[in-house]
Design a protein around this ligand. Structure first.
Ligand code: SAM
Length: 290
């Protein structure tokens, strides 16, 4: 078996993403930000406007999206909200629709799902010439998967209404991921499907484009202890997620696997507490103004 990108196998990607979510505080740190900081950020996006148009890019199965919508709902109780979702993975869209059906408090919010990539959406919008203006756009943990990040940010920024904002969440330059990708990126970059990019790269793009933004660090960790037990199913799925490689444990050259597994225990990558290893999964939230 040869090494291939985790993104080439949809089901394995989703399975390893779920184990990652279960073992990490990824969604918890996002929820804390959404509850404590987002209300201030959205306080000026929709003064007197109805409907408010929200666009989720790479919304996955919608758990985080629904929490964002609840905050927008609470800030603008009288406004109708339309939430559009761009998500290329059909399985994720089905889960998202099930979440919407089961969630209360979404009254007066309508949903449209587009099973496509952000680039496909952009091309469709440009050819239809009906450029819809938006009040809030978010790209949460998804910019790794677009081909041209500056162009993508530029296009979606051009869709903002005055006062509107874009929220990007992406791995921080201080995370264990930053060290992992710097050291092993060249040996793990299996195709062009996944870019190993971090918050400082996005900030550089925004500085060059002269866009105004504010960044927030969201500390987070992932319990990777299972990665150190040979044959542990959870550990194997976490290693797949960490290396963006399908079946990393069974397909990686032995020396590469040994090196990565050894490094992951080091303090530059993980903190050891109570006999367990917590990988540094710190995120950065970047809020761009219209
Ligand atoms: C790591 S998940 C994040 C999901 C969700 N935002 C969250 O934080 O829970 C990345 C999502 O981006 C989607 N995605 C991948 N490539 C994309 C693209 N080119 N355009 C839009 N979404 C994409 C994937 O299908 C996946 O659902």
């Amino acid at each position: 078996m040869t090494m291939r990108s985790l993104l080439s196998d949809n089901s394995r990607y989703i399975e390893s993403f779920h184990v990652f979510l279960k073992n990490s505080t990824e969604h918890q740190c996002m929820l804390e930000f959404i509850q404590k900081t987002l209300p201030g950020i959205i306080s000026s996006i929709g003064d007197g406007k109805s409907p408010l148009n929200v666009l989720s890019i790479g919304g996955g199965s919608g758990e985080i999206d629904l929490q964002i919508l609840k905050q927008i709902r609470a800030t603008y109780p009288a406004a109708a909200i339309h939430n559009e979702v761009i998500e290329p993975n059909g399985e994720q869209i089905r889960c998202y629709q099930e979440h919407v059906a089961k969630t209360s408090g979404l009254e007066n919010i309508t949903f449209t799902w587009h099973q496509e990539t952000s680039l496909e959406y952009e091309s469709r919008m440009k050819s239809s010439k009906e450029m819809k203006k938006l009040n809030f756009i978010h790209m949460i943990q998804m910019l790794y998967y677009v081909k041209d990040v500056p162009a993508t940010i530029g296009f979606f920024h051009s869709l903002l209404e005055p006062g509107a904002k874009i929220l990007i969440m992406i791995l921080s330059g201080n995370s264990g991921w930053a060290r992992l990708w710097k050291k092993y990126g060249p040996r793990l970059r299996l195709n062009a499907l996944c870019l190993f990019i971090l918050a400082p790269y996005i900030e550089e793009i925004l500085n060059e484009a002269g866009l105004k933004y504010q960044s927030y660090e969201l500390p987070s960790h992932m319990d990777i202890t299972d990665c150190f037990t040979e044959g542990n199913k959870n550990g194997e799925l976490l290693l797949d997620f960490l290396t963006e490689t399908c079946n990393f444990s069974k397909t990686a050259p032995l020396d590469l696997k040994a090196e990565i597994v050894e490094d992951l225990k080091k303090p530059e990558y993980s903190e050891m507490r109570g006999g367990r290893y917590f990988f540094n999964n710190t995120l950065t939230a970047i809020v761009i103004q219209s």
